[in-house]
Design a protein around this ligand. Structure first.
Ligand SMILES: [Zn+2]
Length: 450
């Protein structure tokens, strides 16, 4: 070995370029790499080197922390230096101790002392970049999985990444996002006024361990302009711009109604916009959609063809092949907008079945369509006109939102509020608003600002 590799940090005068301090942070051997493992630094060594470089920088920065005391805040007398205070700081990949100057009052009768810490100076001892990672992990995985994931990335166990801390932060950030979604969006956060807008509302169940309950319903909605549906390939479409909202609150739909209104506004809804509302037929979904009516020019609610197709499919599977043709025929008339005839066909089919279980399946489908007859349209005509009649099953679909987080672990015990909060982060990610919004929200949650 002829050479070694030194990592050096220097403190340099900007004006004179004179090196005033120079430290060797680490020395590595330079050897021929025998395998891919020897190329560069191993994972743990990278973190270790980063920690050392950060320590050197933080030592310089700590000395410059100005607490803003000109005189004793107690008696107004002069202050004198009084040693240093060691204080924690948690960076993204490393934990540090800051050395902050302490002061003491010169007046012996007063004896005031400052006890500065990272938290008293900055409001928190966690770097927001770490808090962001914790929120993202906490919104996608169980809090224990989030802890494990962060430990893996970090090559070490850090108390700051403990699952209870991740849970608490995720909750606070989610709660702030929820508050934010309740506020009417400012004009600069809204798309240019839309002529047409589509709003889909959907419900999904979140497992919960509450007294006498197995789950509760969360409602989600997604608003987008028809122009923002993009065909990726023959079978797949994506929505390039959308606002997704979700609520798990038990408040007679109050939260979700405000969320949906603000989501629609963000996507450009004005009093001149024609809104097409799509839902699966559940009455609470219609009620959310209908609440948009006073805020737009026209609201047309349509029973989502995607869900109709699914219902027919279910019944077909339950009834067996023998009934396939009759069901297809009923579906065909429905597709062509002849709802009455469809209902007659289903009723006839129901009367011709003797098996009680199968009979009730058909009755279920019949009643579903009947209850939603106000929202049945000529789907065939809409398709040939190129206008909306079915939801875009994107990643924003409620089941994938919930599944990503809430159905993963059966033993997870959600409270409504906890689930509601964590879903706010998911909704912001899906709406592509998280990247712009996380910093303010995370800082507010960490520092406790209003
Ligand atoms: Zn004093």
């Amino acid at each position: 070995m002829d050479y070694e590799f030194r990592v050096i940090v220097e403190k340099v005068s900007v004006a004179s370029q004179e090196v005033v301090k120079r430290d060797t942070v680490k020395i590595y051997d330079i050897r021929p790499p025998k395998s891919i493992l020897d190329l560069g630094l191993r994972h743990a060594e990278q973190i270790s080197l980063l920690t050392k470089v950060q320590n050197a920088l933080l030592a310089e920065q700590s000395a410059l922390i100005d607490l803003g005391y000109d005189a004793c805040p107690n008696c107004g007398q002069k202050l004198k230096k009084n040693g240093f205070m060691q204080s924690n700081f948690h960076a993204v990949f490393s934990d540090h101790q800051l050395r902050i100057q302490k002061h003491r009052c010169n007046n012996p009768d007063c004896n005031w002392q400052s006890t500065p810490t990272t938290t008293t100076v900055f409001g928190t001892d966690i770097h927001p970049d770490l808090a962001k990672l914790q929120c993202e992990q906490g919104s996608l995985f169980s809090y224990r999985e989030a802890q494990t994931n962060l430990e893996k990335v970090n090559c070490s166990v850090r108390s700051v990444n403990n699952h209870t801390r991740i849970q608490s932060l995720t909750n606070q950030v989610g709660s702030r996002l929820s508050q934010d979604t309740l506020r009417e969006p400012s004009p600069q956060d809204c798309a240019t006024p839309a002529t047409d807008l589509i709003v889909q509302v959907d419900g999904g169940h979140i497992p919960v361990k509450e007294k006498g309950k197995r789950s509760f319903e969360a409602l989600s909605a997604i608003a987008y302009q028809p122009d923002n549906i993009e065909q990726i390939d023959k079978h797949h479409r994506q929505i390039t711009k959308k606002t997704c909202v979700i609520s798990g609150m038990d408040d007679e739909l109050e939260t979700i109604k405000t969320f949906v209104l603000n989501a629609a506004r963000k996507q450009g809804m004005t009093e001149l916009t024609r809104v097409t509302g799509l839902a699966d037929g559940a009455s609470n979904c219609w009620s959310v959609l209908l609440s948009l009516k006073p805020h737009c020019q026209e609201l047309e609610c349509i029973l989502d063809w995607f869900h109709i197709g699914k219902k027919f499919e279910n019944v077909k599977n339950a009834l067996g092949e023998g009934f396939g043709k009759s069901l297809e025929s009923a579906k065909w008339t429905l597709w062509h907008g002849e709802a009455e005839e469809t209902l007659t066909k289903l009723k006839l089919l129901q009367d011709n079945i003797t098996d009680d279980a199968k009979k009730s399946k058909i009755k279920g489908l019949h009643d579903y369509l009947k209850n939603n007859s106000a929202y049945l349209v000529n789907y065939d005509e809409r398709e040939s006109l190129g206008i909306t009649y079915t939801s875009q099953v994107a990643e924003s679909h409620i089941d994938s939102l919930i599944n990503a987080r809430h159905k993963r672990k059966r033993k997870m015990q959600w409270t409504r509020e906890g689930a509601h909060n964590v879903l706010q982060i998911r909704a912001k990610m899906v709406s592509q608003e998280w990247n712009d919004q996380w910093q303010d929200t995370v800082l507010e949650a960490l520092i406790g600002a209003p």
